[in-house]
Design a protein around this ligand. Structure first.
Ligand code: PLP
Ligand code: ZN
Length: 554
């Protein structure tokens, strides 16, 4: 059965052709691809375990007949990374990051570009037009270069210069429009119509939406593997939540379709909730959702520095996504630019993942949903992560993020240069740092606290895994500060405190208690006057602990 396209408005079914943009019967541009699902299921159960973990392993459910290896750049098959540190911070042991940074141009738009360009090439189309907030332009430029397709790109003047240069490097025709993104899209559409060129219509483009499905296919397979199961064992594991930052909403639209298809084929046995996170300065979907409106009113002048997320008019995509969320669970939420930048910093420090501000918006949304109790501790959560931090690092880091070392002039003559530099270095980076003892019986917790402190400043850290060991270590090292867990086998934190308070040389060392459980009034009474800080494990955000530590050491 060849690939069919069904009109969402009149139900008319027609064969798929990339150069046809609307329903031949009612002219609606909102259509959906449908496949031979039973055939695809049989094929997948038979062949998937043999295929490389890349986007084209799902070709039976993609709108390309013969994917050509000559056009491929290694798209798809990105890692699903368990976020152990961040998960501990948030109290979410099953938190995963879908690392779309590892695509050919570092964003999930590579999937869209790979599938669309392959479909165009197959249909003999050699020139196309696309409007973009940045990442789409970079992905299409790379694939168009490879396919020999001439590409006209329309971007707003807000796109950072570094991204514009990357687009230009691929040889695309780059047109910078000083206007909002929605206006820029209109200019691109007019240009394409005038010249009779193929226009990527985002959420209304069949290949683009179909490409996004592969993110969800991969996630469900990967979660299955995490549980030790092979892809030919059903059902695959669906997450409880898929979380993504949205602009136009094409990503979640494709992902919603993928979950429906997997469910229909019996490959998953429940439907995940989807959270779409917007930047507060451009959040038409969130505003409509909170008013329970079926149609989103456009935002005409977006106020966000996160230009990737500056689609002011989501059009029908919102209405379609809303229908999914009402049926299967999920929500729209917004976060401020400041919250996104903070999340970006936390993600880099806690997980070693440098995301772009747009992707960090999704993480800030997750933080909010955890605080509100919407995401529960037992939930399996997957967050889409994309992009380069490059254009914004300065804003995030603030002052004092680099140690400046210069060779002092008077020393230069006398001492050999090496030593002069070393001396200068020792002035900016002292050799003795505050000494902190971390006491916790859980290795994960010790690692988390160590990481939180290291990312915030210089400390000499010591660790003990039980009360006895802690006392020996503390008497030997006489640290400047102790971070103490209460619940430990044999000698608990309370007993450690009592010992320390009876010895004059340790009685004045400040102690911060970090505990996993809610304390009873009696326990709080026992601690009164004995400690300088109390923090709840699981829900403490890194900066709070680091601040507390810094204040106590001053
Ligand atoms: C494109 C993009 C988005 C928005 O995706 P949509 O699904 O089109 O709304 C979010 N984050 C990043 C990094 C993007 O590149
Ligand atoms: Zn129709």
């Amino acid at each position: 059965m060849p690939l069919q396209v069904r009109c969402l408005d009149c139900g008319h079914v027609a064969p798929f052709s990339p150069s046809e943009f609307s329903c031949p019967r009612c002219h609606s541009e909102w259509r959906e691809a449908s496949y031979d699902y039973e055939g695809a299921k049989q094929e997948w159960l038979r062949a998937l375990t043999q295929r490389p973990f890349k986007l084209w392993r799902y070709r039976e459910l993609l709108p390309v007949r013969e994917p050509s290896p000559l056009l491929m750049l290694g798209e798809g098959g990105t890692p699903l990374i368990r976020a152990v540190n961040l998960g501990m911070m948030l109290g979410l042991p099953h938190l995963y990051i879908k690392d779309e940074r590892q695509g050919p141009t570092a964003s999930f738009k590579d999937r869209q570009a790979a599938v669309t360009i392959a479909a165009l090439k197959e249909a003999g189309i050699t020139e196309m037009v696309v409007a973009s907030t940045g990442n789409v332009a970079i992905s299409y430029s790379a694939y168009a270069a490879r396919a020999g397709i001439k590409l006209w790109i329309f971007v707003t003047s807000l796109v950072p210069a570094t991204k514009m240069r990357e687009i230009a490097l691929y040889g695309s025709q780059l047109i910078k429009v000083t206007a909002s993104y929605d206006q820029t899209k209109q200019v691109a559409a007019d240009f394409a119509r005038q010249r009779g060129l193929y226009l990527d219509t985002g959420a209304r483009s069949i290949p683009s939406v179909e490409a996004m499905k592969t993110i969800a296919f991969e996630i469900c397979e990967q979660l299955s593997w995490e549980a030790g199961r092979s892809s030919n064992v059903l059902p695959w594991r669906a997450p409880d939540w898929y979380i993504q930052a949205v602009s136009g909403g094409m990503g979640p639209l494709g992902i919603a379709k993928a979950f429906r298809e997997l469910y229909q084929m019996g490959l998953i046995d429940r439907m995940p909730s989807i959270a779409a996170i917007q930047a507060a300065g451009c959040a038409p979907m969130v505003e409509a959702w909170k008013k329970n409106a079926e149609v989103a009113a456009p935002v005409t002048s977006p106020r966000t520095h996160i230009e990737t997320l500056a689609t002011g008019n989501p059009g029908r995509t919102y209405t379609l996504l809303r229908a999914y969320m009402l049926e299967h669970g999920g929500l729209f939420e917004s976060v401020s630019d400041a919250e996104a930048f903070r999340a970006m910093h936390v993600l880099a420090k806690m997980e070693g993942i440098s995301a772009e501000p747009a992707a960090a918006t999704a993480f800030a949304g997750l933080f909010k949903m955890v605080r509100q109790g919407i995401v529960r501790p037992t939930d399996t959560v997957v967050v889409n992560c994309t992009g380069h931090t490059m254009p914004t690092e300065e804003e995030v880091l603030g002052d004092e993020w680099v140690h400046d070392v210069a060779l002092p002039a008077q020393q230069a003559a006398a001492a050999p240069p090496q030593e002069g530099l070393l001396a200068a270095l020792n002035q900016v980076v002292p050799q003795r740092f505050p000494r902190v003892v971390i006491v916790d019986d859980h290795e994960d917790a010790r690692r988390l606290i160590r990481r939180v402190l290291q990312s915030q400043g210089n400390f000499t850290l010591f660790e003990a895994s039980n009360g006895q060991e802690a006392l020996q270590l503390i008497y030997r090292e006489l640290p400047d500060l102790i971070i103490l867990d209460l619940m430990m086998p044999e000698m608990d934190g309370f007993s450690v405190l009592e010992h320390l308070k009876t010895h004059p040389e340790t009685s004045r060392i400040p102690v911060i208690v970090v505990t996993a459980k809610e304390l009873t009034p009696e326990e709080k009474q026992r601690l009164r006057g004995q400690i300088q800080g109390l923090m709840q494990k699981g829900d403490f955000l890194s900066d709070e602990l680091a601040l507390e530590v810094k204040e106590l050491l001053e």
